[in-house]
Every structure is written in C-alpha cells, then in structure tokens.
Write a protein that binds this ligand. Structure first.
Ligand code: SF4
Length: 464
C-alpha cells in the first residue's frame, strides 16, 4: 500500500489481514488461491481437496445456479461441514447474515452443512504483547438465521437474474446509496443532484433530506420556505447571496480569550483491528503516533515543532516526553475540535508517571478553533454546511497553493492513520522514508492551517 492507494484499498487490505489471521483458528488448512481468470480451476481444486479428505479449506470455491462463492473457512465436522465467514467488524451486522445465507445456499448443493458462523473482532480483548487469536476473535453461531433466510433466496436470485437480463432498473436514489456501505454507482446515480443541495444541509436527518428531495425540493433555492435551523438558514442565505457572514464582536471576544505564545496542536492516531502495543484494544485504543505544533509568539515569530514515531516501536512514552518539552510552559493550546487532542493528552498523562503533571496542566489551556465557525461567528458560503478544517481552509484561502490539501500525497487524517498502521510492513527503506515525509507534510499543514485561520480572524477582530 502507498499514500496514493485509495481509502477502499486500505479498508480491503485491513479486512484481508484479519481474514488471514483468522485462518489460525483452524490451522493446517489449504487455501484456494484466487485466480480471476480461472474460476473453474478454483472450483476443481476445492473439489479435489474435499475428495482427498482435507479437514480445513480456506477460500473454498463453489458454484451453483449461476452463483459463485468463496467461503472464508470450511471445517470438516464428521460427515458434515461447518462454515465460518470472517468479518473485520466488532459484531455480527445485519448484512452479514444474507451474505452467509447465500454461501450456505450454494455450498449445500455440494456438501452436507451443519453450522454457519460469523467470526468477528472482539473489541474487549486487551493485547498483552502477543496476539491470542482465540481471544482477539469471537465466533457467533448464526445457523438458525441462515436457515430462515434460505426460503426467500430462490425468488431473490430469480428476480436479480431477471433484472440483469433487462435494462437499467429505474430505482430512485435513497438511504440505500450509503447504508450499509457507499454504493459503487453513486457517482452515476447522483450525477443530477446539484451542489450544494438539500443533502448538504447541516445536521438535517437523512429521512428529512430524502423527503424534501422526493418532493422536488433539491437546491437551496427550493428549500427557502422550509422550516430550517438557524445554521441551515444561514447556510442557505449565505449561499444564495454569495455573502460571508461575520459577527465581529463575537470574533473579537474569541480572539481576546487566547493567550500568547499560542500552541497550535494537531495529533494523528491509529486505531486498528489488529492491536500492536500492550494495553491496546481492537478499534478502541487510539494510539497517537504523530503531532505537529506551530507556536505563534506575541511578536509574530512562528516556530514549527513536530514528532513522528518510529513505526517499529510503541510511540506513547516518547510522544509524551516530546510533547512535554515542545509545548510552551505558558500560553494557550489551540486545536481544531479540541476533544480529540484533550483526550489523547489525558491518556498520555495517565500512562506517563514522569510527565503526568505537565500533561494534566495542559488541559485548562485549550481553546477550540472550531468555536468561531460552529457558533456562527464566521460563515462562508463555501463551507457548505461543514465546519471541518478541510472545508474552512479552502473557503477562506481559495487561491493559496501552499494551503491546498489536494496537492499533498496524504490528504486526510483517516488515510494518515491507515498508512502509518501499515508502515512497519514496508520493507523498502527509501519508500518508508518517502511515506514518513508525506505524513509530516500532511500533519504540518493541519497546524499551519490553524495559524492562518487564526491570523485571519485576528485581522477581522481588529477592524473597528
Ligand atoms: S447509487 Fe447504488 S444504491 Fe443508490 S440508486 Fe444507484 S445503484 Fe442504487
């Protein structure tokens, strides 16, 4: 994986790794290699393994009634077989059951099946330095649900086959386009939805958005007469008039509340399915591995400090120490949406006896740069109902190439997190250094963005 791999590719690779590790629940099996040019060969190899008396098969491949499936793990159980489908989620989700049901539907034409299970990540598991697969993964028996679902499958498959033999189905867009996953056809089906539209309205619930959409109220002009919240109304008015809204008094009070030197701070963390460090729980313990810090002094001088952990070591002790050294002893600490930064520092304090007091003392010094935007002291029509730094920055500085996230290899925090979580698996040193440089560049822009936004608010506050 590289910084230019897509978000989907990272998610897929993470799921694949969980699937591979889950095979150790039933060791000694044989995996059917994926060969997209030869599905018949995969089916034949599966058949041969069964005939030869294999007890465990990974990615067993079968076809029946025009449906091809690959079962994650098949385990012989006397004269019958048990099916295990592996999911990287932390529980059995509703969509997992039809998935297992279709596997059962196909396999039962070839083998006698006994039980169907979902294997998923147990997020209560606490890593102690060595991954215990039997504790890290949980197995749930869903045989009853899978059997119940068999009844409707013939008809479902028939209607799907009928649909495939006809033209494009005429189904309007709806909540199904994003739930449970974003649909691959969204760019096509949503091509006529203008931007901005009712779907950009701040914190409007999904069913209300679709109700308005299906009533033909799609653009901001269409929703003018609707009952909207204060933020939604400002969003619509500002977009239609193409005007920036400024509450100068409120901005002035906000700017005056900040104390120099100002520490603009941003962390990156990773939080993966497969824990790496002692005390870490799958998906539940966010491990901070990087920060960027711009310090703005009262005389206008700006310093930049940063930390990016060695990808092979637990970063927590080192990041706590470096942070205690880098944050100035006095002055405000500014974060954009401060809850994340504050909770990371509290956790680091709890884990670091040496720096506990220094880190705890930082808590009261935080100021949230999100407040001027979330509390509507400043609203730009191009925010489009989003107050994330990725929306605020380009709206306030549309022509500044140095502030363009799109020019970076890494453009979002979740990508930085997924890339770092995989970095210790990159063998090529020069490639690893390139990725580290991209991570530093990305995090640095997050805090530089805060400095620029802060200075802009300062200029607004100064106008009398
Ligand atoms: S985007 Fe996907 S789910 Fe939505 S209407 Fe199109 S095909 Fe259906």
């Amino acid at each position: 994986m590289t910084p230019t791999s897509s978000r989907q590719e990272f998610i897929f690779a993470g799921g694949h790794r969980v699937g591979k590790l889950a095979q150790d629940l039933f060791p000694g099996g044989t995996e059917i290699e994926h060969d997209p040019k030869n599905f018949d060969g995969m089916i034949e190899t599966t058949r041969q393994l069964i005939d030869q008396g294999a007890d465990v098969i990974y990615e067993a491949t079968f076809k029946s009634r025009n449906v091809l499936i690959r079962a994650d793990i098949l385990v012989r159980n006397g004269d019958t077989w048990d099916l295990y489908e592996v999911k990287a989620s932390t529980s059995v989700k509703p969509q997992h059951k039809p998935d297992a049901a279709i596997q059962w539907y196909v396999i039962k034409d070839h083998l006698l099946l006994d039980r169907a299970h979902i294997v998923h990540v147990n997020n209560d598991y606490v890593f102690n330095g060595e991954l215990d697969i039997t504790q890290w993964l949980a197995i749930e028996d869903i045989t009853d649900e899978v059997l119940e679902l068999q009844a409707g499958l013939d008809q479902n498959l028939e209607s799907m086959n009928a649909m495939l033999s006809q033209g494009e189905p005429d189904i309007p867009i709806g909540p199904q386009c994003d739930d449970p996953y974003e649909c691959d056809f969204k760019a096509y089906c949503w091509q006529d939805v203008p931007s901005p539209s009712v779907f950009n309205l701040y914190r409007m619930n999904g069913s209300k958005k679709f109700k308005l959409y299906h009533e033909g109220k799609i653009s901001y002009a269409d929703v003018c007469g609707e009952k909207l919240t204060k933020t939604q109304q400002l969003q619509v008015d500002s977009a239609l008039a193409r005007e920036v809204y400024i509450d100068r008094e409120a901005i002035r009070a906000f700017v005056d509340s900040v104390v120099y030197p100002i520490n603009f701070l941003d962390f990156e963390t990773f939080n993966s399915a497969i824990p790496k460090f002692p005390g870490q729980k799958p998906y539940r313990t966010a491990i901070p591995f990087q920060y960027s810090l711009h310090v703005l002094h009262a005389d206008g001088e700006i310093e930049h400090r940063e930390f990016l952990a060695d990808e092979h070591r637990d970063p927590r002790a080192e990041i706590a120490q470096k942070l205690a050294e880098d944050i100035t002893a006095e002055g405000s600490i500014v974060a954009f949406s401060q809850a994340t930064e504050k909770s990371i520092i509290r956790r680091l304090a709890a884990e670091s006896a040496e720096h506990e007091q220094t880190l705890i003392a930082m808590d009261d010094r935080f100021i949230d740069l999100l407040i001027p935007f979330q509390q509507l002291m400043y609203y730009h029509p191009d925010f489009n109902g989003s107050f994330s730094i990725k929306s605020v920055l380009p709206a306030m500085f549309p022509d500044d190439a140095a502030l363009d996230y799109k020019a970076l290899d890494i453009q979002a925090g979740d990508m930085a997190s997924m890339i770092y979580a995989d970095l210790d698996r990159v063998d090529d040193d020069s490639e690893r250094q390139k990725i580290r440089a991209s991570l530093l560049e990305y995090c640095k822009l997050d805090t530089l963005a805060m400095v620029m936004i802060w200075q802009e608010l300062g200029k607004i506050a100064e106008i009398s």
